[in-house]
Design a binder for this molecule. Structure first.
Ligand SMILES: [Zn+2]
Length: 260
């Protein structure tokens, strides 16, 4: 499932191809675009910027039109050689200088005005992006404290209104790295402990956003029933547990011994 770092990684790959350039060709490949006329509406327009916020990606054009995408569980962005014919799962192809930026399987892919991207409820309500150049931690804490204090910290960290870009895998690894039990109610987790989770998560996600390699950060994620590596290093055997958390029942892995 795409997490914030996946989207930033995609933006980082798309940016050098499109930013500051007029695309050679733009093609909508999915029948749902029928009469939307994207190629005409974006013809001759330079790409001003490519940016990401949480799981949203924006390609902003000089005429104030912006392509907005949200990948949900299924979508992806790829950079391919322009002469390679994209599969039928491709929704959009933007070619420039021998490369093609291709969007697969939507599911949210729309053209909107730049001002609407700032007013749209789905986007304007987002909390600070975990991968923003300067993370506004005071605002993250404020939003967290406005949320239900009985909600578990693991679940609260997935709320994109509190902090954008963290999804289940990073929540699991962030809580483990900081030694915090993801099942504690958020109201009983101190500001310092929340900041510790963010401080562990952010650099890992930054590295993953830079090179797209996420699996090396999975220490307890997907490791139910295996010995916790931190406890093992300290000479104790404690098995990693898993249980569904929150309304979405996200599989949450943790060590019952060293996560307090
Ligand atoms: Zn442990």
């Amino acid at each position: 499932m795409p997490e914030g770092d996946t989207i930033h990684y995609a933006a980082n790959r798309i940016r050098p191809i499109l930013e500051g350039h007029v695309p050679d060709a733009l093609e909508t490949l999915h029948p749902r675009f029928g009469r939307d006329r994207w190629p005409e509406r974006l013809e001759g327009q330079e790409v001003r910027s490519v940016d990401a916020h949480g799981k949203h990606l924006f390609i902003r054009f000089a005429n104030d039109l912006t392509i907005h995408s949200h990948l949900r569980m299924t979508g992806s962005w790829r950079v391919l050689d322009a002469d390679r014919r994209p599969s039928r799962a491709a929704w959009l192809s933007i070619r420039r200088g021998g490369k093609a930026v291709v969007q697969f399987k939507g599911p949210v892919l729309e053209l909107m005005t730049d001002s609407r991207t700032r007013l749209d409820r789905r986007i304007a309500g987002l909390g600070p992006d975990i991968l923003a150049p300067e993370l506004d931690t005071a605002r993250v804490l404020r939003r967290l404290r406005e949320d239900d204090p009985t909600r578990t910290i693991g679940d609260a960290l997935l709320d994109q209104r509190t902090i954008a870009g963290i999804r289940n895998m990073w929540k699991v690894e962030g809580c483990f790295a900081a030694g915090i039990d993801p099942w504690r109610p958020a109201g009983e987790v101190s500001d310092e402990e929340v900041l510790a989770i963010l401080a562990e998560t952010r650099p890992r996600m930054q590295r993953s956003a830079a090179d797209g390699i996420q699996d090396r950060f999975k220490v307890v994620y997907g490791k139910a029933g295996r010995p916790c590596p931190r406890c093992e290093a300290a000479g104790t055997i404690s098995l990693v547990k898993v249980r569904g958390q929150g309304d979405d029942n996200r599989p949450t892995y943790w060590c019952p011994t060293c996560q307090a």
